[in-house]
Design a protein around this ligand. Structure first.
Ligand code: ACO
Length: 328
């Protein structure tokens, strides 16, 4: 009997090196006080030289597999959500497949910025429900440090590196399941947040190489406004689709971009702050990895118990947004 799709295991990994706000104040004109007040971020992790997005994703995936009880060789589908792929082609998921030794898995990437992990969750859920695949490994992994303009104080203080993963499979009797998902896109707002160079629209050439075009560019204030509205609406959509009300939600895991955005959403959803998961002070914004890392931490710290309802909600470049309601 089909009981839906469950999360059988979670995992996360962040690189060893920590870059504090103090460290950043030596690189650009900023201060711990400015960064903490405007964003809530204290420090972020930075990948080592030679450590790429697939390496981070593979380490997170190994932990998720271990918890799920499945072997790499059991996995039938790998989706990596990332905006910082190892290479433009092949997909980062192919490198992960190789590093894990998951030979049977079909592997591909999706690019939906910070909403990517929840986009991947929706795709994998549908694939499993349809019977196309028995299970899936979904991964949000980013090495944003490779695409940050370290001379631009308005963006370089915000981002960090890391990865999170989850193993999805058909739910068995008595297990939790993904209750509802929502994804959306507004392509009118591509200009608000992007990496303008390095793609076919603007290849990096000898002439423009010094212009920093292959780094993140953002209109922060505009992004902020859209983020609050879109995340609130998307969270409400999945709560309603799941037949729940905000009081039924034990934990909200929002995208970890800015504490002020998180506070604004919590108040608009009428969820008390103690039921909102926050870890961005340790990692900054890790884009597609952020919700995946937060989910794993909440899981391993015992902040979610079987039978409880949680909501994850994200927002990112595109613009994209996504939410999922889950009975744990
Ligand atoms: N240190 C010190 N001063 C700074 C810094 C810094 N790091 N960055 C900007 N400033 C200055 C500005 O130059 C400006 O100075 P001015 O008044 O003399 O012109 C002043 O601080 C205020 O700048 P604002 O941009 O108005 O600051 P704001 O309060 O809007 O905060 C921030 C900026 C934190 C980027 C905010 O707009 C924000 O969080 N936006 C949302 C961004 C976001 O979440 N993006 C990610 C979502 S999607 C994804 O993750 C891919």
């Amino acid at each position: 009997m089909n009981h839906g799709v469950t999360i059988a295991g979670t995992g996360s990994y962040v690189p060893e090196k920590i870059l504090t706000n103090e460290d950043l104040s030596k690189l650009v004109e900023t201060s711990d006080e400015w960064i903490v007040t405007r964003t809530g971020i204290k420090e972020r992790h930075i990948a080592a030289e030679g450590e790429s997005t697939s390496h981070l994703g593979t380490k997170a995936a190994q932990k998720a597999l271990e918890q799920s009880g499945l072997e790499a060789s059991d996995i039938e589908l790998i989706i990596v959500a990332t905006i910082t792929p190892d290479t433009l082609t092949p997909a980062t998921a192919c490198y992960v497949q190789q590093q894990l030794g998951a030979e049977r898995a079909v592997a591909f990437d999706i690019s939906a910025a910070c909403s990517g992990f929840l986009y991947a969750m929706k795709i994998a859920k549908r694939m499993i429900e349809s019977g196309a695949f028995a299970n899936a490994l979904i991964i949000g992994a980013e090495k944003l440090s490779a695409f940050v303009n370290w001379k631009d104080r308005t963006t370089c203080v915000l981002f960090g590196d890391g990865a999170g993963a989850a193993v999805l499979r058909a739910s068995r009797e008595g297990e939790g399941r993904i209750l509802a998902t929502d994804i959306g896109t507004d392509g009118q707002q591509t200009h608000l947040l992007n990496i303008p160079g390095g793609g076919s629209a603007c290849p990096i050439t000898l002439d423009n190489a010094g212009e920093g075009l292959a780094t993140l560019a953002m209109l922060g204030k505009e992004v902020f406004k859209h983020a609050v509205t879109r995340m609130k609406n998307s969270a409400n959509t999945v709560i309603e689709r799941a037949g729940l009300s905000p009081e039924d939600i034990t934990l909200v895991i929002p995208h970890q971009a800015n504490l002020r955005i998180i506070d604004a959403i919590a108040s608009r959803l009428a969820v008390p702050n103690e039921r909102v998961f926050v870890n961005l002070h340790k990692y900054g914004n890790t884009s597609a990895a952020a919700i995946a890392i937060a989910l794993d931490e909440a899981n391993r710290e015992g902040k979610i118990k079987r039978g409880e309802n949680i909501v994850m909600v994200a927002f990112g470049a595109g613009l994209t947004w996504a939410a999922a309601a889950i009975e744990w």
